[in-house]
Design a protein around this ligand. Structure first.
Ligand code: FE2
Length: 284
């Protein structure tokens, strides 16, 4: 279902086809450049040119001035260490990083990224694969009852005992209208933390409201974790670059590689809430 998101293009072709690429990005929630082997400068430029169309930072107007983006160098060493310490992931042997919507609990979460795989010496093709689930309502198909309730509800993440990450959770709408596509996006936490109802129609929730939210959360988790019809897995090659729309794309990473076998450079894109982000102590 994501075949039209996979592009075999060189850097100069990409520069000349940004509107077409962004159209596909908006339709599917990601674009993949196969074996592009982009330099880091090119990676940043592509993310910035996307920013000119979709409105995130970096973009060519203010990317360098505001620096409202984050670069990171990822080998997944922390996750590998945790796995060695605590054993296989609760979701199964094959999972290294649990399904998540990037910092969905945060007041100012990431809205996009460019992930550039610069090293991949894994032995099996699906080692370290990244899975994606598009969380638009028209993809996950919640019942009308669930959808209408979510439209009226604000929530926040309450970390489950024994699984605390020390997050700063903000109150947010359960459903977000995507600023470009206008689609409804389910902004629930696929990690499994409790989604505490803060208000329904602007009023304090009843116990039944929280009960229904727990039911919806469980449906959402089972859909993201287990419904292979909505999952898409990408097996990385060296030089691949992915631009995901992090407002809509939940993602997970498969196990099967060791320290120093895999490395990518990531750039996270943010909205215009730079001041807020700095004060919200975003943890990477
Ligand atoms: Fe992530």
């Amino acid at each position: 279902m994501y075949e039209d998101s996979i592009f075999d293009m060189r850097y100069t072709d990409i520069l000349q086809n940004i509107p077409k690429l962004v159209k596909t990005f908006n339709k599917n929630g990601l674009v993949i450049f196969k074996e592009l082997h982009a330099t880091e400068e090119q990676q940043y430029s592509i993310l910035s040119l996307f920013g000119d169309v979709v409105g995130w930072n970096p973009n060519s107007q203010n990317g360098n001035l505001l620096k409202n983006w984050v670069r990171y160098d990822e080998t997944h060493s922390v996750s590998i260490d945790l796995r060695e310490k605590f054993g296989p992931h609760p979701l199964g042997e094959q999972i290294l990083i649990h399904w998540h919507l990037e910092h969905v609990e945060n007041e100012v979460p990431q809205v996009g990224a460019a992930w550039n795989m610069i090293k991949n010496n894994t032995t099996s093709p699906d080692a370290g694969s990244t899975g994606f689930v598009n969380c638009c309502a028209d993809n996950l198909l919640p019942s009308i009852e669930y959808l209408e309730f979510l439209r009226r509800t604000t929530i926040m993440c309450t970390e489950n005992p024994g699984w605390e990450m020390g997050w700063d959770s903000a109150t947010r709408n359960s459903i977000l209208i995507h600023q470009i596509t206008g689609k409804e996006v389910l902004r629930l936490c696929p990690l499994g933390h409790t989604q505490t109802v803060i208000s329904v129609d602007g009023k304090p929730p009843t116990p039944d409201d929280q009960k229904l939210m727990n039911e919806i959360t469980w449906w959402f988790l089972k859909t993201v974790w287990d419904n292979t019809n909505v999952q898409f897995w990408w097996n990385w090659s060296v030089g691949d670059m992915i631009i995901p729309d992090l407002t809509v794309m939940a993602h997970a990473v498969k196990n099967g590689f060791k320290h120093d076998e895999r490395r990518f450079i990531g750039y996270w894109a943010f909205g215009d809430d730079y001041e807020k982000r700095m004060s919200s102590q975003l943890k990477t």
